[in-house]
Design a protein around this ligand. Sequence first.
Ligand SMILES: Nc1nc(=O)c2c([nH]1)NC[C@@H]1CN(c3ccc(C(=O)N[C@@H](CCC(=O)O)C(=O)O)cc3)CN21
Ligand SMILES: CC(C)C(=O)C(=O)O
Ligand SMILES: [Mg+2]
Length: 283
Amino acid sequence: MTRAKVTIPYLMDKKAKHEQISMMTCYDYPMALLQEQAGIDIILCGDSLGMTVYGYDGTLPVTMDMMVVHSAAVKRGAPTAFVIGDMPFLSYQVSPQEAVRNAGRLMQEANVDCIKLEGGTVMAETVKCIVNAGIPVMGHLGLTPQSTSALGGFKAQGRSAEAAYRIIEDAALLEAVGACSILLEAIPPEVAKIITAKSKVPVISIGAGIHCDGQLLIVHDMLGFFDRFVPKFVKKYANVNGVILAALNQYKDEVEKGVFPAKEHCYGMPAEEISKLSDMMKG
Ligand SMILES: Nc1nc(=O)c2c([nH]1)NC[C@@H]1CN(c3ccc(C(=O)N[C@@H](CCC(=O)O)C(=O)O)cc3)CN21
Ligand SMILES: CC(C)C(=O)C(=O)O
Ligand SMILES: [Mg+2]
């Protein structure tokens, strides 16, 4: 049985009932099939794919074209999940007009349900314009990886009263200009708790503690499929690297020993054809 499509009203209802929302990143079709099967509510095709899939040091090299191709693959694998396409660096900062056009590309070419962008007060006008175009927007506050250089690295945010107060103000403003949900990354639980209590839209945590309306993890981190660094907020639920490495080692070993391929991996040929071929080869 397939579940009903996850919609904004469905997510609002979950918040109202204090039922936790599950959210996970995903970058390709086979993983999307599994996340759909697991019933993950929200799937984010994040620009973190720059690091997890493409091996860059950060998210800045990621382009709109990459996000469109990957988001489309994710939506094909997870038709009933609420799929969010992440707006990459420079796709929305230049002007609200460019932001609307690029957000529209994710809707039109990748069939996503929503887009996400980083920033608070400075992005309020842009969020308003995208929402006015009929495109749902998730806001993203706290550790915003596209401004790592300005933040001084991948560092937790909102740890002073003043910094926390600014994030709380930003969250209220994002909601006021029409954001359908807010993502809080790497901030203290006490701050996230205040925001979640004040906001009418679902607030999702990645490294923002237990008091939010839902949780997000980077799928490669939680699977043990990425270990260049492991943020404090990550819990590893599997060791996929270990499973894959064991298979690769065994394959290499069997190739070198001539154990693979076996008879069952080879195509048959009728005996008379083999003997005819043998005669032909004798010329
Ligand atoms: N694989 C992956 N996981 C992520 O969580 C993630 C990405 N990639 N790419 C984009 C951003 C970058 N993120 C990060 C990266 C590193 C830390 C980290 O190591 N933080 C340290 C504390 C650093 C400090 O505060 O000085 C930690 O211990 O959590 C946190 C978030 C979150 N996002
Ligand atoms: C780190 C999360 C929140 C994100 O924006 C992404 O996966 O790109
Ligand atoms: Mg992102």
